[in-house]
Design a protein around this ligand. Structure first.
Ligand code: CU
Length: 467
């Protein structure tokens, strides 16, 4: 084998007139070169959400695709992603869930300058943990994310479980008018901002309203579910009996079967499933989103007439542990209260905005309707500033009429209702009190915010510093 490669290199080099012992060093020199492994270009354009109809919708997208291209990078090694802003407004890219270098976190005003139109920014990512993550704009995300700037990022395990297909379902919703055009008039609507956020009227899986996925009886599929919507919590219903959850928010969990085939994903959350396809050959099973009393078909599995195998695979499905799973939470924590207030029917009378106490009317004039600990929007001082390695308990009081999907940058945490696994985004029901516990072990300035991005824009955002 080595001989064959050398022989080929020799021929190529010979043709270029380069000979000698440098041939053997060539691959090393190549590895040292700074070639961007990926290039992401954000731009305006047109995209077809329906597979079989030709009514293109005006969108913002990465590399002319919705969702953006799937980026697969190795665990523990550096990958370079060159971001190119071809929009006519500033943007940035945040790598949701990755415990990476703070300077690469993609938050304008906190970790980097906005990437201006025509500019580029080189993101260098060395993710310690394998798993399913995503990337998205972190500037005016109430508009840019609503228009399409999001994609899937997979950090590959060195030894993934044995499967026949590794499928991705990036689930999103869109607010479209009757001409299938983006309802841009309602972008920034204060009603959305003060209620549940921007909820769409069209749900897509991987950018399509009507996609079917070919499967075969007996196949084992790894299914990576990602909720990349602005604000809608997706209640997915699978009509397949053999489901096991193997990862949550990218992090491996002890495999378990979700109750009644349902998986709930708040905005930003991910779940990896192993699905053993037990349907009959030629059958079609539906994947549905449950909203209230109704179930809406969002995709389907189309079984091939010929089975893949007679018996289900009997290989282990558990994922290898990530370095995160080595983290031990101590018994004692620095307790930080985090009270979320505001929104419609929340009774907030006033709060501090840009260092000044304001009544609710004045706050609304500034388009600010949510507060954390009585402060609206990014405070000048961090919520807390700690030495690296400090154990933190965020004691959350969701003191308003709405659920919120709280996301912490650069860290994963233990959410009080599911102490058996780590997450980066947790859904707090209205009125819920609970904790997010973690070790602040990644130096830098990190955001904590609601991932219903209209709530973030309306003030539900703060930050902390690890030194
Ligand atoms: Cu929220």
């Amino acid at each position: 084998m080595a001989n064959r490669i050398r022989r080929r290199d020799f021929l190529k080099a010979g043709a270029a007139g380069v000979l000698g012992s440098s041939l053997l060093r060539a691959p090393i020199a190549f590895a040292k070169q700074k070639h961007p492994a990926f290039q992401l270009i954000a731009a305006n354009g047109k995209f077809n959400f329906a597979q079989h109809k030709a009514k293109a919708t005006g969108v913002m997208f990465y590399n002319q695709s919705i969702p953006g291209p799937v980026i697969r990078i190795p665990q523990g090694r550096e990958s370079t992603i060159l971001f190119n802003n071809a929009l006519d407004e500033p943007s940035s890219v945040h790598w949701h869930g990755l415990r990476i270098d703070n300077a690469m976190d993609g938050v304008p005003g906190l970790t980097q300058q906005p990437v201006m139109p025509g500019e580029t920014f080189e993101y260098r990512l060395t993710p310690p943990d394998a798993g399913s993550y995503w990337y998205h704009t972190h500037l005016r995300s109430w508009a840019q994310l609503a228009l399409g700037l999001a994609g899937v990022l997979i950090v590959e395990e060195e030894t993934p479980p044995l499967v026949d297909q590794d499928l991705i379902f990036a689930i999103d919703d869109w607010r479209l008018d009757e001409k299938m055009q983006m309802d841009t008039k309602s972008l920034g609507s204060m009603h959305d901002w003060s209620h549940a956020g921007r909820l769409g009227n069209v749900i897509t899986v991987n950018g399509k309203t009507d996609q079917s996925y070919p499967v075969a009886t007996g196949e084992r599929i790894r299914l990576r579910l990602l909720n990349i919507a602005n604000a809608r919590t997706m209640n997915l219903l699978f009509n397949e009996p053999e489901l096991s959850v193997i990862a949550v928010d990218g992090q491996p969990v002890k495999p378990f079967t979700p109750e009644s085939g349902r998986v709930r994903l708040a905005p930003g959350q991910r779940v990896d499933l192993i699905v053993d396809m037990t349907g009959d050959p030629g059958e079609r099973t539906l994947i549905e989103v449950v909203i209230g009393e109704y179930a809406y078909e969002v995709a389907g599995f189309n079984y091939d007439p010929i089975p893949k195998r007679d018996q289900m695979l009997d290989a282990p499905i558990a994922l290898p542990q990530n370095p995160l799973q080595q983290t031990r939470l101590p018994d004692e924590f620095m307790q930080i209260p985090l009270r979320m207030a505001g929104g419609a029917m929340g009774g907030m009378r006033g709060a501090t905005f840009e260092g000044r106490e304001m009544g609710i009317r004045e706050l609304i004039e500034h388009r600010k309707v949510w507060a954390i600990n009585g402060i609206v929007g990014m405070p000048e001082k961090p919520l807390f500033n700690v030495r690296r390695g400090t154990a933190i308990s965020l004691d959350v009081i969701n003191d308003n009429s709405w659920p919120h999907a709280m996301h912490i940058h650069g860290h994963h945490f233990i959410y009080h209702k599911t102490p058996e696994f780590w997450r980066d985004t947790a859904l707090f029901a209205r009125g819920e009190r609970g904790t997010m516990k973690f070790v602040a072990d990644n130096p830098g300035r990190w955001l904590i915010h609601c991932h219903m991005v209209e709530h973030m824009a309306g003030g539900m955002v703060t930050w902390f510093e690890v030194t």
